[in-house]
Write a protein that binds this ligand. Structure first.
Ligand code: PGA
Length: 247
């Protein structure tokens, strides 16, 4: 049985004062009926983990493919773990686009992250142009093929379907379009991992907010959400957590 997951991606937002949002989230959901994860900027991981004390999970937003070495500015999977992270987001479209991260790079990072004991949340998703020309499933298929690591398992891999045109735009695909992609991803995971493919959580991400969360969570094979903007405030994210608990 897949345990649902509400994941918040703070992106490059958050100073020490923002830790109060994590405090408020935990206070409002002391024993959530689903997994709750906040991925703050790296500078806040240690403090956030100390504050959360396992009541919610804390994760990173990226890691280096190598374990350690002369990579100025790099953050390794082991460092994230050491700071108290249990998850890491990899292959977010903002990094694929701005930092030229290829499927091969995402594959390497995910392999390292999983071998270091982190749960890898791998993001995939099409551009608007790709959707318009009917290439969505081809794009997802090739991103999955290229970026999923060989050491993937139900316990250590989460996939987030994030249509690029839906991120931060206030627009979302129709529920039918979300269902089509999630059913496709589920079939691909089962093809690849057998029964264990059924254990991999598939998140939807892109303009999830309190007002649309319940509808999205009712879609089969949607096991939660990866939330950007609406994860910054405990009041918004808490409402999304509540919708997931009720789903
Ligand atoms: P958004 O971002 O919720 O602000 O659209 C989602 C994401 O990029 O993970």
């Amino acid at each position: 049985m897949r345990r649902k997951l509400a994941a918040g991606n703070w992106k490059m937002n958050g100073l020490k004062a923002s830790l109060s949002e994590i405090e408020a989230l935990i206070a409002a959901h002391p024993g959530p009926d689903c997994d709750v994860l906040i991925c703050p900027p790296t500078t806040l991981i240690s403090a956030a983990a100390a504050l959360a004390r396992g009541r919610i999970a804390i994760g990173g937003q990226n890691c280096h493919p190598r374990l350690s070495g002369a990579y100025t500015g790099g953050i390794s999977a082991q460092m994230l773990k050491d700071a108290g992270a249990s998850h890491v987001i990899l292959g977010h479209s903002e990094r694929r686009a701005d930092r030229y991260e290829s499927d091969e790079v995402v594959h390497a990072k995910a392999t390292t992250a999983i071998s270091e004991g982190l749960v890898a949340i791998i993001c995939v998703g099409e551009t608007e142009r790709e959707r318009d020309r009917g290439a969505t499933l081809d794009v997802i298929s090739s991103q999955l093929k290229g970026s999923l690591p060989l050491n993937a398992s139900g316990a250590y891999l989460v996939i987030a379907y994030e249509p690029i045109w839906a991120i931060g735009s206030g627009r979302t695909p129709t529920l039918e379009q979300i269902a089509e992609v999630h059913d496709f991803m589920r079939a691909e995971m089962v093809k690849r991992l057998g029964d264990d493919g059924d254990e991999i959580r598939l998140l939807y991400g892109g303009s999830v907010k309190p007002s649309n969360a319940a509808d999205i969570f009712a879609v089969p094979n949607v096991d939660g959400a990866l939330v950007g903007g609406a994860s910054l405030l405990a009041s918004d994210f808490g409402a999304i957590v509540a919708a997931l608990e009720a789903a």
